[in-house]
Design a protein around this ligand. Structure first.
Ligand SMILES: [Zn+2]
Length: 265
């Protein structure tokens, strides 16, 4: 088996992905979403200037997941928090300590108070154990969403609405002019390989086979879906495979992709 195989559970990933969808597509307040992509944040500028394996989408998923569970903790009682966290840890086969339930026998305030303290400590322990599990849910969610061109386009449109406001004078290292990020000096092999496999060696506009298996002489173009000129970035989520003709016809001024996918039969 190649080193790229990972064991995925997916059990908590689909609800998470669904929630991210809702956040990105149905939240009218783009201003709110822009907060996740802050040029003052070093991680953000690093990701937009040079393709990183830990993409803008990974970071967005990570922050959202933490926030969602913070929100969840605010809304429910300790018992529900414990149940939820233990359920996730069980699914991911992470061993965790157990505490006995409150039996109410010593029914005085002091006993209850003591029990609540035990619960809070237990929750903190569970959260520590959950950190690598949440990271895995981030990786699983990325694997699903990286295959969805319309989602990636929407995400990159939000990012572009941040980039368009960045002035070159404030960020000389990353901007080639106001609202336009510098072109990455090269596209790394790991990214070319990922995009080629995801897009099945075909132009994403016309479907032409670029694999070189059936047709010789076709050029493979790794295209910025949102051109840098239109405030796109060099993040892996903003790349697709195009044939020469379609890449040239975009000429850095158009957004061109498709919602067509190959079915299994
Ligand atoms: Zn084409």
């Amino acid at each position: 088996m190649t080193r790229l195989f990972k064991e995925f559970k997916y059990r908590f990933t689909y609800p998470n992905v669904s929630f991210i969808y809702e956040t990105v597509f149905e939240r009218a307040d783009v201003e709110y979403l822009k907060d996740y992509f802050n040029p003052e944040d070093e991680g953000f500028s690093l990701r937009i200037i040079k393709p990183q394996k830990d993409t803008l989408l990974h970071d967005f998923l990570r922050v959202r997941l933490d926030l969602d569970y913070e929100y969840f903790e605010d809304k429910v009682g300790n018992r529900e928090i414990i149940e939820e966290y233990e359920k996730i840890l069980t699914t991911y086969q992470v061993p965790f300590p157990v505490i006995k339930e409150y039996d109410g026998l010593d029914d005085d305030d002091n006993a209850l108070e003591q029990y609540e303290e035990i619960e809070s400590e237990h929750i903190n322990n569970l959260k520590e154990l959950l950190k690598p599990v949440f990271e895995q849910i981030v990786q699983e969610s990325f694997t699903i969403l990286f295959g969805d061109r319309m989602f990636l386009l929407k995400l990159n449109e939000i990012v572009a609405s941040v980039i368009v406001e960045i002035k070159k004078v404030d960020y000389l290292d990353i901007m080639s002019r106001d609202g336009v990020v510098k072109r990455a000096s090269y596209i790394p092999e790991w990214l070319k390989s990922a995009i080629f496999h995801r897009d099945k060696g075909k132009c994403q506009v016309c479907g032409r086979d670029l694999s070189g298996l059936l047709f010789l002489g076709e050029e493979v173009h790794y295209d910025h879906v949102i051109p840098l000129n239109l405030s796109g970035t060099n993040d892996p989520t903003n790349f697709q495979l195009l044939c020469r003709e379609h890449n040239l016809s975009k000429s850095g001024t158009k957004v061109m992709t498709s919602e067509r996918y190959q079915t299994y039969w």
